[in-house]
Design a protein around this ligand. Structure first.
Ligand SMILES: Nc1nc2c(c(=O)[nH]1)N[C@H]1C(S)=C(S)[C@@H](COP(=O)(O)OP(=O)(O)OC[C@H]3O[C@@H](n4cnc5c(=O)[nH]c(N)nc54)[C@H](O)[C@@H]3O)O[C@H]1N2
Ligand SMILES: Nc1nc2c(c(=O)[nH]1)N[C@H]1C(S)=C(S)[C@@H](COP(=O)(O)OP(=O)(O)OC[C@H]3O[C@@H](n4cnc5c(=O)[nH]c(N)nc54)[C@H](O)[C@@H]3O)O[C@H]1N2
Ligand SMILES: [Mo]
Length: 724
């Protein structure tokens, strides 16, 4: 397979027709896609009351392959009852993520007892009783509660409240494997952890940095915005160790001209080493100041610690920074030229920035660079972490972090007379480690695939298998259901967002809250996530206490509570009457008055990470175009032109240096694990010295090294050796 010449395009359109067949015809799929529900895939945000495939600016149609995949997955038939007595657990372990996903929708609660061969169906009552009696037999500190990012605000809020009233702060979400470094870095700098701008601002920028991300494949709808920027004469700088074909040229399917001719995306494509961004960003900052292109007035008036940053930048050598970044001096000057000439710059980034042991530093360094030219705290410019799951940001807003925000904590205690636990609570990886050591004995996962998303897959399997009980609320099967088997493993089938019997809400990465109407259930059997949580509340907690669990099945009751306690969410209290979607107050900064104590942005000084200590290759584990996280829809990676997943992509120079042949079968070894029978693929698009493999298959190689401040694992930048 050759890499495509342009991302998107006809392939995406043809794909739509193929998928519509799986979904029972184009009309059925069209109706599902146009229903008034937030899109299920990324957090760019589509749908809601404006109708499906419409963005925050009202633009239609915003089509994306990923949303079709997610929708058709939910439109699948039910897993037949015979499935679970045909396939033993050890047979399920041999299935690929794709085969598990394609087994169909889960419609019956299932139980697996360690030592047996098969999952067996159980009734809802039996499942609730088992969970309730297990929870009553444990201490709250022996439990953890993991949330993925596809569930609604209402389900997220209710489950974290349940866990805390039960008595633990071991409450966390997939953000700890994703954008947590962005939240921490942005909060340290601007006092709040999300984008400082609106979609409209990006549309009006004249320069957009896209750092460490591949939106052509992972956030396709951002591509029409980048197209608009280029058409209006604006520029796009892509910083990525891999030349991603879709970031060079992209054919926006909904735009006839772009569809036929493609749209050039990157004005400048910069290839640092994996992990080289901090040095590169610092080099750019230093040259901006040396050339006098900084905004002294903004820095003095609206930031803290400018003199310290200035002195620090003076003490560094541009040549050392360039060497460390793996970027030459000329390229740095080109970036500085473009940034200095820009009137409105937007900085966007994704996992290439956060998946490092210095992820928070990376984000803070982007903040420094934005502040140097006053490109934050005004319209048409600012900071944009491009979020993953469609409601991961909302789940965070709802208080799904070990420590509740003081405002939520205080308001819950004072408005509702609730006593909340005050222990520190653990992040996701810490919970996995506590499970491994036996101090945690019970886990409940609201969606996701905790096993498949973890670093150190072997360790993750051992951790979850050591639990007394693991409960997952799931729509479809994934590798976790086959490999992470506790003494008792219970799968509870749940409804998808567009099957909810009552409205729910979601939050986009632009801090916009959408209302989803829900819709008719496609299958008998699954329950609403909210119903499941309130049922547990009734059985485990006191229903005559301050929270009446029997009333909590009403999503409007939950919204009433959210409106009272979550800062910026006041308008949600009336949304049932008004149907008015809204922008969360206090998060968009069009004036340089930030949410820090003194209203100023805080600049940061960083030690530069050490140069590579040895000549080992550095590995990134990434997604292909045909997967959504641990769910693999297709084995080929269309844009990069790679036809299978058990491969390691290396630059031709590295093949020569290491004496490797194309298609040679090798083992890949890291300090954590070894993967055998991997094929070497020659891939000129990657910067020499670096390697690319696919997540989740490569997770056995990923160490549990994490960023000390955000606890995000270093899923990128893993030293590896290739063993022929
Ligand atoms: N199709 C599809 N869409 C998705 C998802 C999916 O799995 N599939 N997942 C969703 C989720 S949860 C998320 S978080 C997002 C993820 O979206 P991305 O962050 O785009 O996803 P990754 O595959 O992790 O890719 C990271 C990109 O960063 C580059 N990179 C790796 N290391 C470095 C580095 O050190 N520096 C720099 N500058 N770049 C680096 C890689 O070459 C790659 O292009 O996508 C969301 N959307
Ligand atoms: N090596 C490596 N590891 C990584 C990453 C990487 O780049 N490299 N990326 C990390 C990132 S960014 C993330 S976000 C995590 C992803 O971690 P998770 O969010 O835990 O994993 P997903 O694969 O997105 O979860 C998919 C499952 O969610 C369930 N599901 C789908 N829709 C619904 C719903 O509406 N309700 C419920 N209850 N369940 C539903 C289905 O059962 C499906 O199998 O992985 C992380 N792990
Ligand atoms: Mo993510």
């Amino acid at each position: 397979m050759k890499p495509v010449r342009s991302g998107g395009g006809w392939r995406a359109i043809m794909y739509t027709f193929r998928k519509s067949q799986e979904a029972g015809g184009i009309w059925k799929l069209w109706k599902a896609m146009r229903s008034k529900n937030s899109c299920k895939t990324c957090a760019l945000g589509m749908g809601g009351q404006k109708g499906g495939m419409v963005n925050e600016l009202g633009t239609f149609p915003e089509v994306c392959k990923k949303s079709l995949q997610a929708m058709t997955a939910d439109m699948q038939g039910a897993i037949p009852a015979s499935y679970f007595n045909t396939y033993s657990v050890s047979q399920m372990q041999k299935f690929t993520p794709r085969e598990l996903e394609h087994a169909g929708r889960i419609t019956q609660p299932m139980l697996y007892n360690a030592g047996e061969n098969y999952y067996q169906p159980i009734s809802w009552d039996d499942a609730f009783d088992r969970i309730a009696s297990k929870l009553k037999s444990l201490t709250p500190a022996e439990t953890f509660w993991y949330f993925s990012g596809r569930s609604s605000n209402e389900a997220g809020f209710l489950l974290q409240l349940f866990a805390r009233l039960y008595g633990t702060n071991n409450v966390n979400n997939c953000s700890y494997y994703c954008h947590q470094a962005s939240g921490v870095g942005l909060s340290n700098t601007f006092g709040t952890g999300t984008a400082t701008l609106l979609l409209e601002d990006v549309e009006h920028a004249d320069l957009v940095f896209v750092i460490g991300g591949n939106p052509s494949s992972n956030h396709p709808r951002l591509m029409s915005t980048l197209k608009h920027v280029r058409r209006r004469g604006g520029k796009v700088i892509v910083i990525n160790p891999v030349v991603e074909p879709g970031m060079v040229n992209f054919s926006v399917p909904s735009d006839p001209i772009s569809l036929v001719f493609g749209t050039k995306i990157a004005s400048l494509y910069v290839q640092p080493h994996i992990g080289g961004d901090l040095a590169l960003l610092t080099a750019i900052s230093k040259r901006i100041v040396e050339r006098g292109n900084h905004d002294e007035q903004f820095l003095n008036k609206h930031t803290a610690s400018w003199p310290e940053l200035k002195a620090h930048l003076e003490s560094l050598s541009v040549d050392d920074l360039c060497e460390s970044a793996g970027v030459d001096r000329d390229t740095v000057e080109q970036i500085v030229d473009m940034y200095a000439a820009s009137k409105n710059t937007v900085f966007s980034w994704t996992m290439g920035i956060t998946h490092h042991a210095h992820g928070v530093e990376n984000v803070e360094a982007i903040g420094n660079l934005a502040c140097l030219r006053g490109m934050v705290g005004r319209a048409n410019a600012g900071m944009l972490p491009i979020r993953g799951h469609s409601n991961v940001q909302g789940i965070g807003s709802m208080g799904v972090t070990p420590k509740l925000k003081d405002a939520i904590f205080n308001s819950l205690q004072s408005n509702y007379g609730i006593q909340l636990p005050t222990d520190n609570g653990m992040d996701t990886l810490a919970c996995m480690e506590a499970a491994h050591s036996g101090t945690i004995k019970f886990g409940l996962c609201l969606g996701g695939n905790l096993y498949g998303s973890n670093p150190d897959a072997k360790f993750a399997g051992e951790s979850l298998s050591s639990l007394d009980m693991l409960v997952t609320l799931s729509t479809t099967l994934n590798t976790g259901h086959a490999h992470a088997l506790a003494k008792e493993t219970i799968i509870l089938p749940v409804l998808a967002r567009d099957e909810e019997p009552q409205p729910t809400t979601q939050e986009s990465m632009f801090n916009y809250v959408r209302l989803s109407d829900g819709g008719p259930a496609r299958h008998q059997g699954p329950k609403s996530e909210i119903e499941v949580i309130s049922q547990l509340g009734r059985r485990v907690l006191d229903d005559s206490g301050p929270v009446k669990w029997s009333e909590m099945e009403q999503t409007s009751r939950i919204r009433e509570m959210i409106g009272k306690v979550v800062p910026g969410y006041e308008a949600i209290g009336q949304i049932d009457q008004t149907k008015k979607e809204f922008q969360i107050a206090g998060r968009t900064f069009h004036e340089p008055q930030f949410a820090t104590a003194d209203g100023r942005a805080k600049l940061h000084i960083h030690e530069m990470p050490a140069l590579r200590p040895d000549d080992r290759l550095h590995l990134m584990t990434v997604r292909s175009e045909g997967q959504f996280n641990t769910v693999v829809y297709e084995d080929y990676d269309l844009y990069r032109g790679v036809d299978r997943r058990d491969v390691v992509l290396l630059h031709p120079d590295d093949l020569q240096r290491l004496g490797l042949q194309k298609n040679q079968k090798v083992s890949v070894r890291s300090d954590t694990g070894t993967l055998n029978d991997v094929l070497v693929y020659e891939f000129p698009g990657i910067k020499a010295g670096n390697a690319l493999m696919y997540y989740p298959e490569a997770n056995e190689l990923v160490p549990r090294t994490r960023d000390p401040r955000s606890k995000t694992p270093a899923f990128k930048g893993i030293p590896i050796e290739i063993v022929p």
